[in-house]
Ligand binder design. Structure first.
Ligand SMILES: [Fe+2]
Ligand SMILES: [Fe+2]
Length: 151
């Protein structure tokens, strides 16, 4: 699988979990906590592999530099919100509000990524390099999931 298909599959997975969280209420604490933990671990790993294998190649190229620097900053915002959401009580209206802001941020980021960024990245990377990066990401994710299954 190429890097674009791989990252898109992750986006879809996270979007599915977010929809489920959206349907939980302050009273459904346990479900909310489980879904949030699941979403956070998917997002942490996704951001990590993008930052390790995908973004650096795009940062180098003139055509994708600016949008990639923005993408890093969007990751930082999302990570900050995730930290707050993890620490704060999940049976609270404020948590629900913060989660909505997280979801909007992620949706915006994914839209830019799958739109402008992927479009330019296809040109900059070419087929061979896209596949090579895809393979590295797949391997890194496999190792990380194996390691967390052991612990
Ligand atoms: Fe992404
Ligand atoms: Fe991203």
């Amino acid at each position: 699988m190429g890097v674009f298909e791989l990252l898109k599959a992750d986006h879809e997975k996270v979007s599915g979990i977010m929809e489920k969280i959206d349907q939980t209420t302050e009273r459904g604490l346990k479900t909310r906590e489980e879904l949030f933990a699941q979403m956070k671990s998917e997002l942490d790993l996704h951001a990590q592999v993008e930052e390790q294998f995908f973004y650096p190649a795009l940062e180098e190229a003139e055509e994708t530099r600016e949008i990639t620097l923005e993408a890093y900053e969007e990751h930082n915002l999302v990570k900050q919100l995730l930290r707050e959401l993890e620490a704060e009580p999940k049976d609270d209206e404020q948590w629900t509000a913060k989660f909505t802001v997280l979801k909007e941020n992620i949706e915006h980021h994914v839209e830019e990524e799958e739109g402008e960024l992927f479009k330019k990245a296809r040109k900059v990377l070419g087929k061979e390099r896209s596949e090579e990066i895809g393979n590295r990401i797949q391997e890194a994710k496999r190792q990380s999931k194996a390691a967390s299954a052991r612990s």
